[in-house]
Design a protein around this ligand. Structure first.
Ligand code: ACO
Length: 157
């Protein structure tokens, strides 16, 4: 039976380079810059979660702070190794990411932004919502949101 684990990267730094590779394979950036950003993963936010399949890294998600909201976080850089896509691993990673937000970080809402993967997130219960500022007070992005307790409807664009 295949063993799946979702773990915080900062507790398993032996996977740092594999994690860098899988993300950079999808969104090209220098390894130095990517490693720098991954090394900021910590117990508070930001946190990078890794998905291991039989101890091999096949996925990543990153939770970031939303300065104006203490009960929510912003999920980004969700990626599954291209050889393992379409087999339910992305859904598994998102479910475990939600559990981590709820149980470890005590957050009750997740925001994310996507261009192209709307069907994937809709299947997982995310709905469109009004733009939310993830930086300061004036920069807005279109987001999907997911209420961790009861699914809430929203709108954006
Ligand atoms: N369009 C339509 N349906 C999709 C898509 C899509 N692009 N992607 C997945 N689905 C569907 C699948 O068919 C599946 O449906 P089913 O349950 O009826 O079979 C369901 O969504 C779940 O699919 P999974 O197999 O769990 O998804 P997968 O393991 O392929 O992971 C992911 C999805 C993470 C989007 C992966 O395709 C990937 O890494 N893509 C490239 C990187 C990317 O675009 N990441 C998202 C960026 S947005 C963000 O990070 C917030």
């Amino acid at each position: 039976k295949v063993k799946l684990e979702v773990l915080p990267l900062h507790d398993h730094l032996e996977y740092l380079m594999d994690c860098c590779k899988i993300i950079n394979n999808e969104w090209k950036r220098s390894d130095t810059a990517r490693l720098h950003s991954l090394k900021s993963s910590c117990k508070e936010l930001p946190t990078s979660l890794i998905l291991l399949r039989d101890r091999i890294l096949i996925g990543h998600s990153k939770l970031s702070i939303i300065p104006s909201m203490t009960n929510a976080c912003f999920v980004e850089s969700v990626v599954i190794d291209e050889n393992f896509r379409g087999q339910g691993y992305g859904s598994y990673l998102m479910k475990e990411t939600e559990e981590y937000c709820r149980n470890i970080l005590s957050l009750d809402r997740i925001y994310l932004s996507t261009k192209g993967q709307e069907p994937f997130y809709c299947k997982l219960g995310y709905t469109e919502c009004l733009p939310v500022s993830i930086y300061g007070n004036h920069v807005s992005k279109s987001l999907l949101d997911h209420n961790n307790h009861d699914r809430k409807e929203g709108m954006n664009s």
